[in-house]
Write a protein that binds this ligand. Structure first.
Ligand code: AMP
Length: 410
């Protein structure tokens, strides 16, 4: 199938070709005709599948037939980064059609509030918003939503995890009852099914390779004690010219800071991003990483969902994510849409049970690579390991760690 078979407007086909998309991805093939036919859609698709264009293209097609700029489409997303990114894709794919969109999100220095207020008062065909900030504007009464025809929830599972359910319901209460609803979620836990039941009418359902990283990702893992990890990371990335863009994930802001400092000693093109940074700082770091001025970015999960950065060659999980689905999201940062990439995970003795769960979820055993020479003994992989009870959180070291020999100290 090619894009022409999808019956999209000529101006959109032109933008698609400028974006370099040659053929529709499976979710685009399946969802676009249904959305154009006015159906509600429940799509289970992770980032990297082309899901954003799967809803932007048919919506732009439908909106281009209407001439006024009243608000006709509302897209609700969990994070400001995703709001900005979707808005940018709307600008790109909508370059040759007369469509206006606004991104509404919080976290800036306050000057955006007035700009957003002016834009919302004036109206725009599409609003892409995070729930909290959108509600603050809605409560002040100047946003006209009576012409809304399409509601899209993107990364719905993430929004519910972040406690946005009430906010979503509140936003829905401002919208006309008769409208098209599209719900995109990377996972389908019972709470998403409940939300879908409440919100969607006779939806067309698409499920795409749930919980499996993209085909092009080479996945491997190292067993390593906590105190072996920073030296291992330095070894893995230094002098490796083939890794031009590296993303390192860890679970806490504190570790983001520690890892960044440890890498800054051996390489100076390292930056960090976590929710501690101001919005403007986060955007600046992301922009520099995207334009390859920064080679290594250390991040918490703020970045792992939804954000599309091209050509990341290497993703390192400094620790095993607590939620197995998060592994898929983190690893999904590399090998987007048919490129290739490497994803490495460092597993300490306490994380083995979590990693075994991930292997079960993705239905694949990940290769465990031995530590490089000189690192000393590593923990021994045990797929049936149980979570340790006596965990000393303060220094992130289990009291009763079981190893063969002593790990090298540094
Ligand atoms: P998404 O899953 O929406 O985050 O998209 C992942 C990446 O795939 C983005 O960089 C898109 O620009 C890109 N993409 C979307 N559709 C296509 C397509 N049909 N062909 C090639 N790349 C695409």
């Amino acid at each position: 199938m090619n894009f022409r078979d999808l019956n999209l407007h000529e101006s959109l086909l032109e933008a698609i070709s400028y974006m370099g998309y040659e053929t529709p991805t499976p979710i685009q093939e399946q969802a676009i005709p249904q959305i154009l036919a006015g159906k509600d859609v429940l799509a289970c698709a992770q980032t990297g599948t082309g899901k954003t264009a799967a809803f932007i293209l048919p919506i732009l097609d439908m909106l281009s037939a209407v001439n006024d700029h009243s608000v006709k489409t509302v897209v609700i997303v969990p994070t400001r980064e995703l709001a900005i990114q979707i808005d940018q894709q709307i600008q790109g794919l909508g370059y040759f059609v007369d469509i206006e969109s606004i991104a509404i999100y919080g976290g800036g220095d306050g000057s955006e509030w007035d700009q957003q207020k002016i834009a919302l008062t004036k109206g725009a065909d599409m609003i892409v918003a995070t729930p909290g900030k959108f509600i603050s504007h809605l409560n002040l009464g100047y946003v006209k939503l009576d012409k809304v025809k399409h509601l899209i929830l993107d990364e719905a599972d993430r929004m519910l995890d972040m406690g946005f359910n009430d906010d979503i319901q509140k936003i829905i209460s401002f919208l006309p009852k008769k409208r098209q609803n599209l719900l995109f979620s990377a996972t389908m836990p019972p709470k998403i099914k409940q939300l879908a039941k409440k919100m969607l009418v006779d939806p067309f359902e698409v499920t795409l390779s749930l919980s499996k990283p993209a085909e092009g990702v080479l996945q491997a893992a190292y067993m390593a004690h906590e105190d072996q990890k920073s030296a291992l990371i330095r070894e893995l990335i230094s002098g490796k010219k083939e890794y031009k863009s590296i993303l390192i994930f860890t679970s806490t802001k504190k570790k983001v800071n520690q890892i960044t400092r440890s890498l800054q000693t051996s390489a100076n093109d390292v930056a960090e991003i976590s929710s501690d940074l101001e919005q403007s700082e986060r955007e600046e770091v992301l922009a520099r990483f995207k334009s390859k001025q920064i080679r290594v970015l250390v991040a918490t999960d703020v970045l792992s969902r939804g954000i599309d950065i091209k050509d990341i060659n290497l993703v390192i999980n400094y620790d095993v994510p607590g939620d197995a689905e998060d592994y898929v999201h983190r690893v999904g940062r590399t090998a987007r849409a048919e490129t290739t990439g490497v994803a490495l995970t460092l597993i300490n003795e306490d994380d083995m049970h979590k990693f075994a769960k991930i292997e079960k979820l993705i239905e694949r055993v990940i290769m465990k690579i031995p530590l490089p020479p000189g690192f000393g003994p590593a923990p021994v992989w045990d797929a049936n390991a149980r979570p340790k009870r006596n965990y000393n959180r303060k220094n992130n070291n289990p009291r009763g760690r079981q190893t063969q020999g002593n790990a090298r100290r540094r």
